[in-house]
Design a binder for this molecule. Structure first.
Ligand code: NAD
Length: 500
């Protein structure tokens, strides 16, 4: 489809902005709505229900009632599997609609929403559905007249709080394993990106998910997220977002009912490039690793730590890949690979970091400007800051935009020290042909994922999450199932035969 086709489709798209509680769309209790604008052109898309504490109470009560009467958790596992598979199938039927909504909502390019965000989210429901009738629990060794069952049981009501950069995918990463185990959920999407979550709720109902099992309350962090995280009847908060707000989640849990908390927070992932690296491969991995999704990716490889002997050649190659393969353009244009930043606040934040880096002494080696301003949207060029040192804030702080910093080192040891010089530990990459060095570095870099001679390769079968202040708990893989379950031991003694 061309840009015109997508624009025509967008003009006739019906967009739902109401909350979804107990199986039905509804207004916020206060009646308040907030205007959701598209970052593509600044135009209003829809007015969204502005959820608050009263709506969270209603949603938690609906989720609790659904959990208590067992309408989902007590269904035959084969039936739960069928519902989740049906949801995956419906999402695939609605791929174009979901992709368009996602692009309009957050400004990412339509090619990626179509090929990655919408299908990957559907695949996630399929992946976890398959566990429903295949996972088995455990029996511990005991005396012969006793049985000790170790059963995995759902936690109850799970609150999911998600960010705006991959709304569909991150929502699926949380919902699918939590639903598989039998929990009920209240989802609070980011205020910047509520649209696909609200649509997903109706698709889940159509797939056969009973009312009350999945509730979606849009709204702002303080007004809707906080009462959810503080709620005494919520058993777990599964959070993805900034480290700053992640820390609040731990506080809220302590101040309320000691609910479980799983945190997927910020990142500042390093690329370590040694002198013997294949520079073409490294340049490609680095350019895509920072400019994909406009750099609004938690694990974006935003810090290049490179041996000084190849620094200049590497930068040249990164720029060449960027210019040849990652054009910035209107997000509804299928050729665009790099779209709009989420909103004006974020645009100003990214621009202020570019200015700060230069004020700190870094050199602007590429990009750095706001562009396409007359579109009404929020676009910043792919940017490289060279000559960045470890003490600079642009080296230490998450910018969450298309800004790459380049730091020179003279040795593997210096590279390792620089890579680990961060409060974050989400991901990293190592580029070298020396497999000894690759093994040493991948072992010693503190990060939840280390790619060797590659970047951003992943599958649903691999766990994703961070070390240090990037959080704890893992999304994806069978390990994610465990975080939505409690282990219960049931120890039964039984009488032997009278004759024995
Ligand atoms: P954010 O922390 O500002 O917001 C995340 C969510 O928390 C939103 O839904 C927001 O409304 C809510 N929130 C904000 N304040 C709250 C409060 N006081 N109480 C309860 N909820 C509150 O993050 P963001 O700007 O939406 O997303 C960007 C951040 O997310 C970056 O730091 C990025 O690295 C991180 N992120 C991490 C991962 C990961 O898997 N580790 C993935 C994507 C994004």
């Amino acid at each position: 489809m061309t840009k015109i086709d997508w624009q025509e489709r967008a003009a006739t798209l019906s967009i739902e902005g109401r909350a979804f509680i107990n199986g039905a769309y509804c207004e916020a209790a206060s009646g308040k709505r907030f205007a959701k604008h598209s970052p593509i052109d600044g135009r209003p898309l829809v007015d969204v229900a502005e959820g608050g504490a009263e709506d969270i109470d209603r949603a938690v009560a609906a989720a609790r009632a659904a959990f208590a009467d067992g309408r989902w958790r007590n269904q035959d596992p084969a039936q739960r599997k069928a519902v989740l598979l049906k949801l995956a199938a419906l999402m695939r039927e609605h791929t174009e609609e979901l992709a368009l909504l996602e692009t309009l909502d957050v400004g990412k390019v339509i090619g990626n929403s179509l090929a990655v965000d919408a299908p990957f989210a559907a695949n996630c429901f399929q992946y976890y559905a398959e566990f429903a009738d295949k996972s088995v629990d455990e029996i511990a060794p005991t005396r012969p007249d006793e049985v000790a069952l170790i059963r995995r049981t759902p936690l109850g009501v799970v609150g999911a709080i998600v960010p705006w950069n991959y709304p569909l995918i991150i929502t699926a990463w949380k919902l699918a394993p939590a639903l598989l185990v039998g929990n009920s959920l209240v989802l609070k999407p980011a205020e910047q990106s509520p649209l696909t979550a609200l649509r997903l709720a109706a698709l889940a109902k159509e797939a056969g998910l009973p009312d009350g099992v999945l509730n979606v309350v849009p709204g702002f962090g303080e007004a809707a997220g906080k009462p959810l995280a503080l709620h005494p009847d919520v058993d777990m908060i599964s959070f993805t977002g900034s480290t700053e707000v992640g820390k609040l989640m731990l506080r809220y849990a302590g101040e309320s009912n000691l609910k479980r908390v799983s945190l997927e927070c910020g990142g500042k992932s390093p690329h370590v490039v040694l002198a013997d690296a294949d520079l073409d491969a490294a340049a490609s991995g680095i350019a895509w690793g920072i400019y994909y999704n406009q750099g609004e990716t938690c694990h974006a490889g935003s810090r290049v730590i490179v041996h000084d002997s190849v620094r200049a050649a590497l930068i040249e190659k990164i720029i060449a890949v960027t210019e040849a393969q990652i054009p910035l353009g209107p997000p509804l244009e299928t050729a665009s690979q790099f779209g709009a930043l989420i909103d004006e606040n974020h645009l100003n934040r990214v621009l202020s970091y570019i200015a700060l880096g230069q004020a700190e002494g870094a050199k602007l080696a590429y990009g750095g400007q706001r562009v396409m301003q007359d579109s009404g949207g929020y676009y910043v060029q792919a940017t490289i800051l060279d000559g960045v040192t470890r003490g600079m804030r642009v080296f230490q702080e998450e910018i969450f935009g298309p800004v790459l910093t380049v730091t020179s080192v003279q040795s593997e040891e210096e590279a390792l020290a620089a890579a680990n010089d961060s409060i974050y530990g989400l991901a990293a990459a190592v580029w070298t042909k020396d497999m000894d060095a690759a093994h040493r570095l991948s072992r010693d870099i503190h990060a939840g994922t280390v790619w060797v001679n590659s970047f951003d390769r992943s599958s649903l079968a691999t766990p994703f999450g961070g070390f240090k202040q990037s959080g704890f708990g893992r999304d994806r893989s069978p390990h994610a199932i465990d975080k939505y379950a409690d282990l219960k031991t049931i120890w039964t003694a039984y009488r032997g035969r009278a004759s024995a």
